[in-house]
Design a binder for this molecule. Sequence first.
Ligand code: ADP
Ligand code: MG
Length: 218
Amino acid sequence: MTALTIALSKGRIFDETLPLLAALGMDPAGDIDRLLRVPSRNKDVSLLIVRASDVPTYVEYGAADLGVVGKDVLMEHGGSALYEPLDLGIAQCRLSVAAKKDGPRPDGVRRLRVATKYPEITRRHFAAKGEQVEIIKLYGSMELAPLVGLADLIVDLVATGSTLKANGLVEIETICQVTSRLVVNKAAMKMKNAAIQTLIAQIAERVQAGKTRPGKGK
Ligand code: ADP
Ligand code: MG
């Protein structure tokens, strides 16, 4: 059999990918709290546990053949070096612009400051609208920035909106919907084509079954 390595990130994506891996007999067969490379129940498949924003890099360089990664991270990374054959429909949220309830809004005149961990997406978004903004890169807790005067706006992931609300912020614009995607290394897609196509087909079938099950999916 062909050996396959899949890069995943801990947290929401891992939790929501686990049932999928289990259904395919590829769930972790090792200590996922300590190991960063975990064997799976399928001896040909191993799992790498990496930071969410590092998944595209591991797959692009072929350290992993496949990966599961949020569309947000893919858009920020620039996804052209990877194949993106499947939308897994998991870890659903959206990427939005938020502001203080009574704070300034983009008006085409003032140059507002935007705090985000997605500087590329933010730059493209405001450039497309012809809005001049100053981008402040943060690595977490974006919601704090407007409260302490570090920024006027934030660009961040929103799922329920409760974190925004708790911090006195309102969503003023949705940039895009976000779900997790399966990504594949381009060379591996050629060299391990049969094994990867089989896996993609199995995952696609599971994702489809999840969507049509009553009360599940969209
Ligand atoms: P990190 O803290 O390493 O940046 P997270 O675990 O917060 O990573 O996020 C990893 C990925 O999970 C994101 O890139 C996004 O695709 C997804 N995600 C993050 N937050 C949410 C959320 N509130 N709801 C759904 N998906 C989310
Ligand atoms: Mg986080």
